[in-house]
Design a protein around this ligand. Structure first.
Ligand code: FES
Ligand SMILES: [Fe+2]
Length: 370
């Protein structure tokens, strides 16, 4: 039984791995039974980022997502409230909505059962409308934080803002609420979702993987490990001389004008926040070896009237696409390497401390009763 072996290895990591500075055991990145457990304990019983609220501006705007096998439609209802509804018809389980768009009601493609935007059943062609409440679409908790949408499929004990409150000491200087969406994209990567978290939140690899993209701005040798919280890891990358950022119309205090904060708000929101712009990424695991990455760029509104605004945005987009493409190659390589019979739990550099912090969170959630 792989899952038993995988759990035993994780218990061993919990007891010794953190103090020894080792990464999670190789099996934890490709074991299918463990992936099922992750879906239940991490993605079904915690806040999960599902994207940006700018996709839902008007009544009826919707996006579709899958969180822990649960298809969801997230929308703005008639009262302008955000809702996360099951995207599964209560009649015969057809998926209701596809992709994203705008609608005044949810009409099933199979027998046209129709739902209001609050999920209540509106019409059932050629039959009396059932009165059972179970025929309404189940609804889930949804919250917004700095323009990011989070869904919780269970009963949250804490708000996302209190889980993330430790990050405010950094984010307040970057005015994330005044940074607006200028770009978004998505890509599928043949890797495990945890490798994506780990790769994004360590900058040890910048000098080798990103010598012409990130290293010239924020060299590996200038990274600094930050204090983690129970809900996030954190490190900083500092700008090389001449790249200090004092955005238009405001003074960002030291050291925040000299650096970017890099963090994962567990389990799946990745942020590189800077005084003038932010790169974000939201991870959706498909299976143990395939992961969908949605990502985008935010730009501070102060730049909007700059004559070279379009070029500023394009440069940021080009940089984001370039370093994501560079990371994709490595992420797919290490996923192939991790299942090698001679793979062992890695010894990490002190620069990779955020990987240890993430593993500590991961094992505490996954093993909470072990
Ligand atoms: S499955 Fe939706 S109306 Fe029949
Ligand atoms: Fe990278």
């Amino acid at each position: 039984m792989n899952d038993i072996e995988a759990i035993i290895e994780l218990i061993e990591w919990r007891d010794n791995g953190y103090s020894q500075g080792r990464a999670l055991p190789p099996r934890s990145y490709f074991d299918n039974d463990l992936f099922t457990l992750e879906k239940h304990r991490i993605f079904r019983d915690g806040w999960v980022c599902v994207g940006r609220s700018n996709e839902l501006r008007a009544v009826g705007d919707y996006i579709t997502r899958v969180v822990s096998d649960q298809p969801l439609v997230i929308l703005k209802d008639e009262t302008n409230e955000l809702r996360a509804l099951s995207n599964v018809c209560r009649h015969r389980h057809a998926l209701l909505m596809q992709d994203r768009g705008s609608t005044s009601q949810l009409i099933c493609p199979y027998h046209a059962w129709t739902y209001h935007l609050d999920g209540s059943l509106k019409a059932t062609p050629y039959m009396d409308k059932p009165q059972e409440l179970e025929c309404n679409l189940p609804s889930y908790e949804v919250q917004e934080w700095y323009g990011f949408l989070f869904v919780h499929l269970g009963s949250p004990l804490e708000n996302i803002s209190s889980l993330a409150s430790g990050l405010d000491s950094d984010l307040v200087h970057y005015e994330l609420e005044r940074q607006f969406d200028v770009y978004s994209n998505e890509m599928e990567i043949a890797t495990n979702w945890k490798m994506m978290v780990e790769n994004f939140t360590e900058s040890y690899h910048l000098f080798r993987v990103h010598p012409n993209t990130l290293e010239p701005y924020t060299p590996t040798k200038m990274l600094e490990i930050g204090v983690p919280g129970s809900g996030f890891n954190r490190h900083y990358v500092y700008y090389k001389e001449n790249f200090r950022k004092q955005p238009l119309g405001r003074i960002v205090p030291e050291p925040h004008c000299d650096r970017e904060v890099v963090t994962c708000l567990y389990p799946n929101l990745l942020l590189v926040a800077a005084p003038d712009s932010t790169v974000w990424a939201c991870i959706e695991p498909i299976d143990a070896g395939r992961t969908l990455l949605r990502y985008g760029v935010l730009q501070h509104e102060a730049y909007e009237n700059e004559p070279d605004y379009a070029q500023i945005i394009q440069d940021q987009i080009d940089l984001t696409e370039a370093f994501n493409a560079e990371d994709k190659v490595l992420l797919e390589s290490i996923f192939r390497g991790i299942s090698a019979p001679d793979a062992r739990s890695s010894i990490l550099s002190p620069m990779e401390k955020p990987i240890l912090d993430f593993a500590s969170y991961y094992t505490s959630v996954l093993l909470h009763d072990s």
